[in-house]
Design a protein around this ligand. Structure first.
Ligand code: FAD
Length: 264
């Protein structure tokens, strides 16, 4: 499906939840049946729209977790405790429920075989989602571009897609974790936030003209990207996606909100 997902298809489509995978206590993957799905590229996202019984609507963006050739579209959502939408998607949504999707969206944070590598993937928390899609696509198209993933996560228990990342590692991807809050006594890996020394040890040399994809909370992305620039990575080969706080413009029709009406 490389080359699919042309622009100009931004209509709302109905999607039904067909399966829910509990990834970690705070993270779920939603497998969706979206009959008219036009296809997507690795790294793109969708807008999700939820509508409450009183007409109140909320929209948020979610990266597409499934690879372009996968049979079922997947989103992976982390619960933000004081959030409006994610606690519903992670805690209340059930198999059979419907939501609306608009997309695929984005042409910048996209990887395809012809973009090559070497690939340096830097993920913070749920920022692993589009990078998992890219790694799946990398495997599906049998790219020979070498891949390194550095994944910053609070604790081992919060690693999303752990088994699949182990599988990628067995198949040649270099997977490196850094744990930022808790680590077991026997942990020999990194246990701090990402920094320049860590990237100097891990990153492909700039002379290899690596292609970097950095995704996660805003502070993580900004730190990682500036460290890569300091390592003389070419700025236009550093692709960033920020999952930071929601911009008010993504909340529609807030005035219609009746606090007693749950989003359904
Ligand atoms: C292109 C794009 C792709 C995204 N893909 C994913 C994805 O694959 N999986 C995923 O779980 N999220 C993803 N997000 C984040 C997602 O859009 C929402 O921002 C997130 O789910 C929180 O929404 P909420 O309604 O629960 O919180 P809100 O009600 O919007 O915010 C509640 C509070 O949490 C803060 N906050 C909002 N988002 C975050 C965050 N990500 N981290 C920390 N604090 C936050 C806000 O500032 C506010 O204080 C993506 C965002 C973008 C822009």
């Amino acid at each position: 499906m490389e080359g699919a997902a042309l622009p100009g298809r931004l209509i709302w489509r109905s999607a039904r939840v067909v399966e829910i995978i509990e990834e970690t206590p705070r993270v779920r993957t939603l497998l969706l049946d979206c009959p008219d799905w036009p296809g997507h590229l690795a790294g793109q996202h969708v807008d999700v729209r939820l509508t409450a019984e009183d007409g109140y609507q909320a929209e948020r963006s979610y990266s597409i977790a499934s690879a372009p050739a996968d049979e079922v579209l997947a989103l992976t959502v982390e619960r933000i405790d004081d959030g409006e939408v994610s606690p519903y998607l992670v805690g209340e949504l059930r198999v059979g429920d419907e939501m609306e999707l608009r997309g695929p969206i984005g042409g910048y944070f996209v990887w395809s075989k012809m973009r090559g590598g070497p690939l340096l993937l830097l993920a913070g928390g749920s920022g692993i989602v589009p990078l998992r899609c890219i790694m799946r696509q990398h495997a599906a198209v049998m790219s020979d571009a070498p891949v390194k993933l550095l994944y910053s996560v609070r604790s081992q228990g919060e690693i999303i897609y752990r088994n699949e990342l182990d599988q990628f590692a067995r198949n040649g991807v270099e997977v490196i974790y850094t744990l930022t809050r808790e680590w077991p006594p026997e942990w020999t890996g990194y246990h701090r936030r990402i920094d320049g020394d860590m990237l100097r040890e891990i990153a492909w040399p700039a002379s290899d003209r690596p292609l970097a994809y950095v995704c996660g909370p805003t502070a993580f992305v900004e730190r990682a990207a500036s460290e890569l620039v300091a390592l003389e990575y070419e700025p236009d080969r550093i692709k960033t996606e920020r999952f930071g706080p929601t911009n008010d413009s993504t909340i529609v029709d807030r005035s219609a909100r009746d606090n007693t009406s749950p989003i359904t």
